[in-house]
Ligand binder design. Structure first.
Ligand SMILES: C[S@@+](CC[C@H](N)C(=O)[O-])C[C@H]1O[C@@H](n2cnc3c(N)ncnc32)[C@H](O)[C@@H]1O
Length: 255
């Protein structure tokens, strides 16, 4: 959301029809709750299963933290939990504490159902707003977010909240879509803007969310700007690594 005038400029997601950060957040929550029953299927179909590789690669990037049994990990905007489960799998026997957080009850219910097969070693789940986490300050060794951060109604507030809950030296990994350049980018844009919204709408049976997806990626700050925002929020050593020609990419930083 970009507002000018007397109020400070707020940069964040703005689904169609939203007029301020509060209505944007409500629209985002309603949208994900509406598509929750078909979310996993759609994810895999629309990404041709490449999403699994991105989650795995992100989890691998933090294997040094996940290998510590005493580590505390928070996966923000966890949705149905696929990033959270990838972290769990990468951690293996070290079994650190892993918590998935999301503000859509319907998405979390599906995450919890997926982990009910192994409740003891599985992650914990909490219904919470990423912009106002009911979690202690300086608590986590790692905070991740996969394809969720872009949906926050205020990116700077989101970054500040991640900084708050991380302990000094803790790390952050934000995996999200990017906009590839060149011929690959041109082809991808046709798929992302023309084909994906139509297929997504048909399979989910819900009009709106799959038109919002390309629009939200277009609004999301480019890597240089995100890295700058991360620095201003209090992070050091921030980097961006493109995945699959830059269709997605991982932001990493330390508190
Ligand atoms: C595209 S899904 C990503 C889910 C999962 N991380 C994945 O990789 O499949 C985005 C998720 O972010 C959640 N979300 C968006 N804004 C949020 C906020 N302010 N607080 C908590 N969750 C939020 C939505 O409810 C949704 O489940």
């Amino acid at each position: 959301m970009q507002e000018t005038g007397k109020s400070a400029v707020v940069v964040g997601a703005a689904p169609e029809g939203s007029s301020d950060p509060r209505s944007a957040a409500r629209a985002v929550r309603e949208m994900f709750s509406a598509i929750a029953p078909r979310y996993d299927l759609l994810n895999h179909v629309l990404s041709l299963n490449v999403d699994r590789m991105w989650w795995r690669r992100t989890a691998r990037a933090f294997r040094h933290i996940l290998a510590r049994p005493d580590a505390r990990i928070l996966d923000l905007c966890c949705g149905t939990g696929d990033m959270t489960f990838a972290l769990r799998r990468q951690a293996g026997k070290s079994a650190p504490q892993i918590l998935g957080a999301d503000f859509s009850h319907a998405m979390l219910q599906r995450a919890a159902a997926k982990s009910s097969a192994a409740p003891k070693s599985g992650p914990g789940w909490i219904e919470a707003d990423a912009l106002n986490l009911p979690l202690p300050t300086a608590h986590f060794d790692l905070v991740t977010s996969a394809f969720g951060f872009r949906n926050l109604a205020d990116y700077d507030a989101g970054l500040r909240e991640i900084v708050r809950v991380l302990r000094p030296g803790g790390e952050c990994g934000i995996l999200d879509f990017g906009e590839p350049g060149g011929i690959m980018g041109a082809l991808y844009r046709i798929y992302f803007k023309q084909i994906l919204p139509r297929v997504g709408t048909v399979i989910s049976g819900v009009r709106g969310p799959y038109a919002y997806l390309p629009a939200s990626v277009e609004r999301f700050p480019p890597p240089e700007e995100m890295l700058d925002r991360m620095k201003r929020a209090g992070f050091a050593e921030s980097t961006w690594t493109p995945y699959t020609f830059g269709i997605a990419g991982l932001y990493r930083a330390k508190k």
